[in-house]
Write a protein that binds this ligand. Structure first.
Ligand code: FAD
Length: 288
């Protein structure tokens, strides 16, 4: 039978690792997907974390990761492209992999990406954030991949391998980009279409396209999970870190200010404990 994780945590910063640790303390299996270096690694010194004055952000993150993995959390360096609620379970697409879990905790930090014109309008009508999830819709068709994340060359290769005609756009050609994939230097400035996508606009040229894959290191939460309720640009969550989608929780900077480690760790703990309780309840009811 396919492996179902009790919980998938998206984001390996303080909030995500705190959630993972506390899920493990409650006996749940946990996969942490983390797409890039957490913000905290950039902090030269953290002076306001209770009991640990003067530790560097890098040292603190190394301790957090070591603690969570020592307790049995599995941490993979992968960017989650989308999260699909499927009734009792969730499907999480990451690169060319798909994972299944009973619960998901979003701990993605702050997304700084601004959508390009046409991106939101054509989402699901040619614009996609996940090659594994949507690639099959574009077999034998022209797709433009805007590669901003480290995993983007792999996703482009996957699209190429299933028969998509791929053009890869980035500031420079990644060393790992497969031969046979066309490369155009530049950045996406807009997506054009009629009812569906017809072209990707770069500064200097227009590339005809049936699909545009926008692969950022961090996608806005409502792009990652269509249907998630937002408030003033932030995910809306209750005091137990529940979102509007059952067994989908959020913690840390993505819930808004104060953008601080202690708050992220605390919210991760609450999300982890609430998720553990609700996963157990689901399993009892479903006799899993
Ligand atoms: C220079 C600097 C100094 C700071 N100094 C302090 C300080 O002294 N004290 C303090 O309290 N706070 C400080 N902060 C703030 C602190 O770093 C944040 O509040 C904290 O890291 C938030 O934790 P988080 O887990 O919510 O998010 P993050 O630490 O941002 O972690 C989110 C993680 O999720 C990953 N991710 C995002 N999207 C996806 C996806 N789709 N799939 C997989 N992974 C994904 C990101 O790559 C990242 O690794 C500082 C921040 C900076 C930048």
């Amino acid at each position: 039978m396919e492996n179902i994780w009790d919980c998938i945590v998206i984001g390996g910063g303080p909030a995500g690792l705190s959630a993972a640790l506390n899920l493990r303390r409650r006996g749940q299996t946990v996969l942490v997907l983390s797409g890039g270096a957490p913000l905290l690694e950039k902090a030269e010194l953290v002076e306001n974390y209770l009991g640990l004055p003067g530790v560097s952000g890098k040292e603190m993150m190394d301790c957090f990761r070591a603690h969570a993995t020592a307790q049995g959390a599995v941490v993979k360096t992968q960017r989650a492209g989308n999260v699909v609620p499927m009734g009792d379970t969730f499907l999480v697409g990451a690169g060319t992999d798909m994972y299944t879990s009973y619960a998901v905790i979003l701990a993605c930090g702050v997304s700084k990406a601004s959508p390009v014109p046409g991106e939101a309008e054509f989402l699901g009508r040619g614009v996609s954030y996940c090659a594994t999830c949507d690639g099959m819709l574009f077999r034998q068709k022209r797709v433009v991949v805007w590669g901003l994340s480290p995993e983007a060359p792999d996703e482009a290769e996957f699209l190429h391998s299933i028969g998509c005609r791929v053009t890869y756009v980035a500031s420079r050609r990644p060393e790992t980009l497969a031969d046979g994939i066309d490369f155009v230097p530049g950045a996406l400035t807009a997506v054009h279409g009629d009812n569906v996508v017809t072209a990707a606009q770069l500064k200097q040229q227009t590339l005809p396209a049936d699909g545009v894959f926008i692969l950022r290191p961090a996608a806005p939460p409502d792009a990652l999970v269509p249907g998630i309720e937002m408030e003033n640009g932030r995910v809306k969550a209750d005091a137990s870190m529940r979102t509007n989608i059952p067994r989908l929780y959020a913690a840390g900077d993505m819930l808004g200010a104060p953008l601080q480690v202690a708050k992220a760790v605390g919210q991760g703990l609450v999300a982890g404990l609430c998720a553990a309780e609700e996963i157990q309840k689901l399993k009892q009811e479903a006799h899993v």
